[in-house]
Design a binder for this molecule. Structure first.
Ligand SMILES: CC(C)(COP(=O)(O)OP(=O)(O)OC[C@H]1O[C@@H](n2cnc3c(N)ncnc32)[C@H](O)[C@@H]1OP(=O)(O)O)[C@@H](O)C(=O)NCCC(=O)NCCS
Length: 480
């Protein structure tokens, strides 16, 4: 038995114990890495005679060896050469520091301004008049467009209308789906901005869903035509058996924007999973509400420097707003993409739960946009980007076109409810194209990742402040 082997046996447990305290996992330790990689651990330097060949079973000898050789050739854990990667404790430390450093600001706001978001105020965000519910009525009316799409598809399936007529009718239905709610929001004085955003968001989702519905059914008709036996797809439901109210409303409520004939289904509803998601949804709403206490005074206090164009104070306000704004965005991400969409999916036994991917590791802007909102990204790829590429449009133009459409919808969702056309959201989205080019070209690795985080942390509050400032100026004659 070699010297090294003997020493490894005798000192092994002691070494592992020490590393467990630090890393929580002995496998991260340097020596283990060499073993895992199948490499030979580096030979220790000669340490004198007593290290050599202790007699087996001789406890005294083993102790002497251990006492005399307490060093091995190894890197410090924080050196990249150590191969160590378990930073869980440091991540927790960051969270604790973040909470502690911001708790003071949070408290200061409550002491200075009191609790700014009370339940009555929250209700008034949605309703101006308790007897008038314009956004709820608008949402109920959306059923007309859903049923119209279904009936057009049924006519197309039996051949009572031609493909071209069907297309025209669908385009008419889809255009109305965008024009009708926007004109209602613009003309109804009883509509609040938040009610407007909510109803327009639902109509936009329906627009994307019904576009996908007509596209997919058309593809299925083409497949049916191509097949002599008339059966379109080898699945549980085949075209046109899918053109039912049940199937249509399942799709309308399912957490996806892309239609298909047979969605993957989970075998049963897991009640504990459902309750956990419900609990998370309630908790996250509370968290967002609390973070708003922090944002409201910061935004209000930002108005004066913006009016006076006091640049250094503007930057200071912007940076102050960046942290709570970013926290709200992160909580919103978890609340919507994890808790809410999983809750709905579980309830409907919808099997595809890929609502987001690891966008937090994005090293490029394009990676971020392709991974943070998977339902929208899938729709963009399936119904817009890939069809354009197939028609021979070049990749850069196709990507720019996708961002153009996305920018249009961002602006649509902000400008119309605020009744204010400023194009900040549009420009913010279009700015992603040169930013993506710049980050992709000049930054990579952690620098690229830091650039993505910076654009998220700083970019959003810029847009928020622009809109709030313009809203104040338009509605209250300028900040005081
Ligand atoms: C524009 C956008 C669709 C590009 O996505 P991307 O993943 O970076 O695009 P890529 O060029 O890498 O390719 C995507 C797909 O197209 C395919 N593709 C690429 N070039 C192709 C070509 N010439 N012909 C056919 N297919 C092609 C790829 O194989 C890939 O297919 P896969 O998804 O099956 O693997 C994406 O950035 C996006 O969704 N942007 C908008 C996001 C948005 O606005 N979200 C709003 C959230 S609020």
């Amino acid at each position: 038995m070699s010297d090294t082997a003997e020493i490894t046996t005798t000192t092994g447990p002691v070494t592992r114990k020490r590393r467990t305290t630090v890393a929580g996992n002995g496998k991260q330790a340097n020596g283990a890495k060499w073993q895992e990689a199948g490499e030979k651990p580096p030979q220790r330097a000669a340490k004198g005679k007593m290290e050599q060949v202790p007699l087996k079973g001789d406890k005294n000898n083993i102790n002497i060896v251990f006492c005399c050789s307490c060093h091995t050739l190894q890197e410090s854990l924080l050196s990249s050469a150590s191969g160590y990667s378990n930073y869980r404790g440091i991540l927790n430390w960051c969270v604790v520091m973040l909470v502690l450093s911001n708790a003071r600001l949070f408290l200061e706001n409550i002491i200075k301004y009191g609790i700014l978001v009370d339940p009555i105020q929250v209700v008034s965000l949605f309703l101006k008049d308790p007897y008038s519910w314009p956004s709820a009525c608008l949402i109920i009316v959306s059923n007309v467009f859903i049923l119209a799409a279904l009936y057009i598809e049924r006519r197309l399936a039996v051949g009572t209308i031609s493909d071209t007529t069907g297309r025209i009718l669908h385009m008419f239905n889809l255009t109305a789906l965008l024009v009708f709610p926007s004109s209602t929001v613009l003309t109804l004085t009883s509509m609040t901005p938040v009610g407007g955003v909510l109803s327009l968001a639902i109509y936009t989702i329906l627009f994307l869903k019904l576009y996908s519905y007509q596209d997919t059914n058309r593809w299925n008709r083409e497949i049916r035509l191509a097949k002599s036996n008339g059966s379109a797809v080898h699945s549980i439901v085949s075209y046109p058996g899918n053109l039912t109210h049940r199937d249509m409303y399942y799709f309308v409520f399912a957490p996806t924007l892309c239609y298909q004939l047979n969605f993957p289904r989970s075998p049963r509803i897991r009640k504990r999973f459902l309750l956990r998601r419900l609990f998370e949804m309630v908790r996250r709403i509370q968290c967002m509400n609390s973070a708003l206490w922090w944002v409201v005074p910061t935004v209000q206090n930002s108005m004066k420097p913006f009016k006076e164009m006091d640049f250094s104070r503007m930057v200071e306000r912007l940076l102050k707003l960046a942290v709570p704004n970013h926290l709200i965005w992160l909580i919103f991400f978890y609340w919507f993409f994890h808790s809410t969409l999983n809750f709905v999916a579980e309830l409907l036994q919808f099997g595809d739960r890929e609502f987001y991917r690891d966008w937090w590791n994005s090293e490029t802007v394009t990676y971020f946009w392709a991974n943070w909102n998977i339902p929208v990204h899938k729709w963009c790829l399936r119904h817009f980007y890939k069809p354009m590429l197939k028609k021979g449009v070049n990749k850069f133009l196709a990507q720019t076109a996708v961002f153009l459409v996305s920018a249009f919808f961002h602006e649509y969702l902000v400008s119309i409810p605020l009744k204010m056309f400023r194009l900040w959201a549009f420009m913010g989205m279009m700015f992603q194209v040169p930013l993506a080019w710049f980050v992709g070209r000049y930054l990579n690795g952690i620098y690229g990742n830091a650039a993505v985080w910076m654009s998220l942390i700083i970019g959003q509050p810029v847009a928020v402040l622009m809109y709030v400032h313009d809203y104040y100026v338009t509605h209250y004659g300028g900040p005081t």
